[in-house]
Design a protein around this ligand. Sequence first.
Ligand code: PLP
Length: 389
Amino acid sequence: MEFIDLKLQQARIRNPIDQRIKAVLAHGRYIMGPEVKELEEALASYTGSRHAVGCASGTDALLLALLAHDVKPGDAVFTTPFSFIATAEAIALLGATPIFVDIDPATFNLHPENLQRAIEALLDRDPTRHPLPRQTTGSTLHPKGIIAVDLFGLPADYRQINAIAQSNGMFVIEDAAQSFGAGYFGKKAGSLAQIGCTSFFPAKPLGGYGDAGMCFTDDAALADKMRCLSLHGQGAHKYDHIHIGINGRLDTLQAAILLAKFEIFPEEVALRRQVADQYHKLLFSQSSPVLPPAVPENYDSVWAQYSVLTKKQEYRRNLLDRLHEAGIPTAIYYPKPLHLQPAFNHLGYKAGDFSVSEDYARRIFSIPMHPYLEKEQQERIAGMLLELS
Ligand SMILES: *Cc1c(COP(=O)(O)O)cnc(C)c1O
């Protein structure tokens, strides 16, 4: 059994992929070829965004979005500690300070009430109200923006997060690396904040055969700036540079592969939802040792991962061992919250600062999830999990 089965998908669309790759080899425009624009237009339209800027990875998408907002040392950007490192890494790489905000226990995503409290604590320089990074004492950090993450494919609470940002004059970036294809009150992930950033890493819901990413926005000026930044800050001419940028372009070959994959993507999203519904039916019971993930009303997860929480911390080792022995692959996203990562030692956070994230890091694990998972396979996985009860 595969955790994410990309071979079954490839078998379905091998021909269109081959055709798309052949077309690139024939025209030879490996950098910024016509497929890049074609993909940008297709995905902008899918997400309901006015503009899309392809780039080299989800990490670069975040970096470009932060650079477009001129994020620099002295700026504070609020984000979740329960995410992949890239979210907070991009902030720190620009010399700005990530301020972590604990998650909503029901959704695993940035908790709006905690966010509000964290902003007030920073403005008042009062770490007794919310844990703040070490630098805040003595210097003044400026609350500049928020990166919310749509963890496991479920959008964060953008109605509240956008409202909090607006009343404090801050920007919001949606880290939609895991949520391309998800929905929130009738809108699509990637379009839920001022800028949405997604990733086409192979294991994401829409994945290429290598690294790639994209930024979405309705703001023409931000789109122009992100494109410029992704091309070494290129101005009117190739050797005219108006910003310090990066080499962050989307490869033509990846765009071509993604165009072939996008043809079956809506169908795959529907299949993912069926798999998730089936898991929910199988795993939701009083005696189950795990809690299946909850999806609030008007939210549509794209189920990048199907992550369950063990009801007790000590169940996890036992369940993972048993699944491993039965040849069922599992993963832990994420075993260590970001505020406890050695890379962020300089921020001075400590264990106990974000108790929900820390507790969940000890209880969570993910089971196989992809559009082609069969009902019998799911029944076998659920059967093994329920045996503990
Ligand atoms: C995968 C991921 C990223 C980074 O995407 P890459 O394409 O691997 O650079 C950023 N944020 C989150 C939440 C992710 O899951």
